[in-house]
Ligand binder design. Structure first.
Ligand code: AMP
Length: 457
């Protein structure tokens, strides 16, 4: 049977009502392929990237079973356990259960580290329907006797590959071993590595395997560009992308990635100096501070969020217009995860990456992973011509470059001290002319007029 709308799925009426309210009409491929099997009680392995709708893919069948067979929660117990790698993802999953279960009497609780355990312990004392937890704090509370897994009927292991990357493999195995053998399990992962398979083989029984094409559709929806830039020009280049031609902050919701926590703090501070409302999130911040920054970003009160990879994992904020890789990631996979933040729920998005001389090998790796070169942005005032050449095996031209790869002939090169954006081609939506502050800045000596102008402002 091919499912065309949610009404074709035998989901309980209160869930259908919540979906109507959310204007969900058509199940995404992971939902269409996995929900029917889970409604029949089957275990599943879902191979899908974030942003493909996998939360509803597991939440809806669990809620349906609870709607059909309501039970009073038992003290310290949960009927469903969702394990996530990060606190942020736990919060998001919890929010989704609330949204989809709005018309059901569902009690859920979040358990994660970095905050006081007291409210979590007191919520569990009454028992819950759904417990969403990160592995470390969950084990902690189990060991203290505040949580028992003996009544878990549904287990979801979300973003298992990430959990394993983060070193949670033993915790996950310990937790799964504490659960009744008779349960329904769903495992979600972006990649099906050998290690993920071994976890799956151990805990999943005769699963239905659902594979959604490995991320390409999401990546393909994103307009990607790379800027060749000197390391010392990265900050003014970022400022350039975050302001309009008058130097005023643009209202584009932007996520900026920094490789280090210190770098994220420093960047956010600099941006504030330019009059750009920004916040940094990273692993050294308290959970409360991270959540507050995320909420402010989600509500549009902060337009630029500077994040490290760990903190940004699983962020689901709608309408992120632009992702900037201020520092390129070490791993090509991380690049795909990062830029995927801008193409949630079928939206398209833009991603721009700054590549300096120190990170050319990262760029090559990413391009190899994508199976293609990322278009070079020439029409930016800090374009650096002196990037090392790459032997690209046959000299494929770059789109918009009109020549070979790095350092090749370019018919639209901006060049040093360039002073005209030619109507803001390249990145769509930045239709503006030359930027006065950036004009002539390279030929004018070592000064950074645009930066200095803003810092004084
Ligand atoms: P996820 O991959 O679960 O993080 O979901 C990504 C985004 O898609 C979230 O903002 C969801 O609210 C949204 N979403 C999930 N399923 C659907 C659907 N079938 N129709 C519309 N939006 C959806």
């Amino acid at each position: 049977m091919t499912t065309t709308t949610f009404t074709d799925l035998p989901l309980a009426e209160p869930i259908q009502r919540a979906l109507r309210e959310l204007s969900y009409e058509t199940p995404s491929p992971i939902q269409a392929q996995s929900i029917p099997a889970q409604l029949e009680g089957r275990d599943i392995i879902g191979c899908a990237q974030t942003g493909t709708g996998k939360t509803a893919a597991f939440a809806l069948p669990i809620l349906h079973h609870m709607a059909e067979r309501p039970e009073r929660p038992v003290a310290n117990c949960a009927r469903a356990l969702v394990l996530t790698p990060t606190r942020e993802l736990a919060v998001q999953v919890g929010d989704n259960f609330s949204k989809y279960g709005k018309f059901l009497r569902i009690r859920h609780c979040l358990v994660y580290g970095g905050v006081s355990q007291r409210p979590q312990v007191s919520a569990m004392r009454r028992g819950v329907d759904v417990l969403v937890a990160t592995p470390g704090r969950l084990l902690d509370l189990i060991n203290q006797g505040h949580i028992s897994l003996e009544r878990v009927e549904f287990l979801v292991l979300d973003e298992v590959d990430r959990m394993l990357d983060m070193g949670f493999v033993h915790d996950v195995k310990k937790i799964a071993a504490m659960m009744p053998a008779k349960r329904q399990t769903a495992l979600f992962t972006a990649t099906l590595s050998g290690q993920v398979r071994s976890v799956a083989d151990r805990f999943i029984d005769n699963p239905v395997e659902v594979r959604i094409d490995p991320g390409k559709p999401v990546v393909e929806r994103i307009e990607q560009k790379v800027c060749h830039v000197r390391t010392e020009d990265k900050l003014p280049l970022l400022q350039y992308y975050l302001t309009d031609s008058q130097g005023a902050p643009s209202d584009l919701r932007t996520l900026v990635f920094s490789r280090t926590k210190h770098g994220a703090d420093k960047l956010s501070k600099k941006l504030k100096g330019f009059g750009i409302v920004s916040e940094a999130i990273h692993g050294n911040k308290t959970q409360a501070a991270r959540q507050k920054a995320l909420d402010r970003f989600r509500e549009g009160r902060v337009s630029v969020l500077v994040a490290t990879d760990v903190a940004a994992r699983g962020i689901d904020v709608k309408d992120i217009g632009l992702v900037v890789n201020f520092d390129l990631p070490n791993e090509a996979d991380t690049y795909v995860h990062r830029i995927g933040r801008t193409a949630r729920a079928e939206a398209s998005g833009r991603a721009i990456s700054f590549c300096d001389e120190a990170t050319t090998s990262e760029l090559f790796q990413i391009e190899r992973h994508l199976g293609r070169e990322i278009d070079l942005e020439l029409e930016q005032p800090f374009h650096y011509e002196g990037m090392p050449m790459r032997k690209s095996g046959g000299g494929k031209g770059r789109k918009g470059g009109g020549g070979g790869y790095r350092g090749g002939n370019r018919n639209r090169s901006f060049g040093r001290g360039g002073n005209d954006r030619q109507g803001g081609g390249g990145f769509a939506g930045r239709g503006r002319g030359g930027k006065p502050g950036a004009r002539g800045q390279r030929s004018g000596g070592p000064g950074r007029p645009s930066t200095q102008r803003k810092e004084r402002a």
